[in-house]
Write a protein that binds this ligand. Structure first.
Ligand code: GLC
Length: 448
């Protein structure tokens, strides 16, 4: 047997054993790989291949879902609820890594091998163009998800899932950067970065260890934190009217980056240059800081008395601004559910994805994980507002929110930003040197 046949054989054996392939498909694939039908039947029996998915009455199709990180347990409980529906689809759920870049590596490795270890993939809002261009997800048709139903969901995330006129994933939840502040220490929240710095200094280290926690590690999250400060100063990475024109080395960017550098080791711990979302959240919940920049998911976790020392002592505020600007802009994040194009159970996968878009699931996500629904009606639902009152502020924040640079070269753009901005934060380079190097990096990338 040549290595490719061995690999294909291992794959179908693995699937039939885990109940993720029908007997019929197994037999068809085994014969296609080169086994005689008698040998295929014997192998099936040896694998105990009398599993589910036989297609008869009461049969169950197994679907696997690899999500992004969920520290709240809400995804698992939604999967449990779904599985109890006994609707012929059973979902096996795997919680994901805390770094979106690591999750992307898991998926790209799987997809380049045309594997279907995961039928449903949680996809970051920055991925649909890449996945669409590679045909890595099964597009969602209007027969599956009718236009009349789509109209009930936020247009931005749907737009983010669209590439070349097709919808490559279903928008599960959106995300915006928020300023968390301690209401017991800061009576009136800041509006500008200057306000935040002076308020942070007035309470830290006297009353609280740190002034401000954010995400300064060299990874995707740093791009989000950087563009928020940059946009708040009126700067941009690329010219919105001409994405071939790089505008990052501007006076606004000089001010924005100098501002961020000035926080490191003063109002923020020196180790902030290694912080991702969960590092910031853990320290925040421990009561270490007056302010934190994070996504909405940190709201409900901070209200859990078993793990948080600041229950009832904080609120969230829209993103801040600097220089002569008067409006802040959160960065838009968010997560979608894409169906692996190599999955053999795309219909069953859609049944699950559709359930996750339902009002019941969106309500659970909002109340259990405080993540931002894509279903618009959730923001005016009194049950939701009682549990997560900050949802009332969200529609206005979403209106001002801006994406990371939109470009077919986004992965390279992101890597360059991560590296150059991190160099400035760790003082491996000066602010002017970092921005001028970033300008040349990006110019080379967008001119490809
Ligand atoms: C959040 C956002 C996602 C972003 C990531 C960066 O998960 O939803 O869009 O890429 O944070 O760490």
């Amino acid at each position: 047997m040549i290595p490719e046949q061995r690999e294909a054989m291992d794959e179908i054996v693995g699937k039939i054993r885990s109940g993720r392939m029908t007997r019929r498909t197994f037999l068809e694939r085994a014969v296609a790989i080169g086994l005689s039908s008698t040998a295929a039947v014997s192998l099936l029996e040896a694998c105990g291949g009398t599993t589910n998915t036989t297609g008869g009455n009461g049969a169950t199709t197994n679907v696997t879902w690899q999500s992004e990180h969920d520290a709240s347990g809400t995804y698992q409980s939604l999967v449990d609820t779904f599985n109890k529906l006994n609707n012929g689809v059973h979902v096996t759920y795997t919680n994901g890594p805390t770094d979106t870049g690591q999750l992307l590596t898991i998926f790209t490795t799987m997809l380049r091998a045309r594997s279907n270890s995961y039928d449903v993939m949680s996809m970051d809002i920055i991925w649909p163009p890449e996945f669409g261009a590679n045909g890595w997800t099964a597009p969602i048709s209007t027969t599956q998800w009718p236009t009349s139903e789509r109209a009930n969901y936020l247009p931005g995330p749907i737009q983010g899932c669209t590439y070349n006129g097709q919808l490559w994933a279903a928008p599960l939840r959106t995300d915006v950067g928020l300023i968390y502040y301690r209401t017991d220490l800061i009576p009136t929240p800041p509006n500008s970065w200057n306000d935040l710095v002076s308020m942070a200094k007035s309470v830290s280290p006297s009353k609280v260890k740190y002034g401000y926690l954010w995400q300064g590690a060299q990874y995707e999250g740093l791009v989000c934190d950087f563009v928020e400060v940059l946009y708040g100063y009126g700067g941009n990475v690329l010219d919105p009217a001409n994405p071939k024109s790089v505008t990052v080395n501007s006076p606004a960017a000089q001010q924005a980056l100098a501002e961020m550098v000035s926080w490191v080791g003063t109002i923020s711990p020196a180790a902030v240059t290694t912080f991702k979302e969960e590092d910031a959240r853990t320290s925040w919940q421990n009561g270490d800081a007056a302010f934190m920049r994070n996504w909405p998911y940190a709201y409900s976790l901070g209200q859990d008395p078993t793990s948080s020392k600041i229950v009832g002592k904080y609120d969230v505020h829209p993103m801040l601004y600097g220089g002569s600007n008067t409006v802040g802009h959160s960065n838009i994040g968010g997560w979608q559910l894409g169906i692996n194009a190599y999955s053999k159970v795309t219909d069953a996968a859609w049944t699950f994805v559709h359930y996750m878009l339902s009002s019941a699931a969106q309500t659970s996500l909002a109340t259990g994980a405080s993540t931002l629904s894509t279903l618009e009606s959730i923001y005016t639902d009194p049950t939701v507002l009682a549990k997560v009152p900050f949802f009332a502020k969200v529609p206005d924040i979403v209106k001002q929110a801006l994406p990371r640079p939109v470009s077919p070269f986004y992965p390279d753009i992101s890597n360059a930003i991560q590296q150059r901005i991190h160099d400035a934060l760790t003082k491996a380079s000066t602010v002017p040197a970092a921005l001028s190097a970033l300008q040349s990096d990006l110019q080379a990338i967008v001119s490809k």
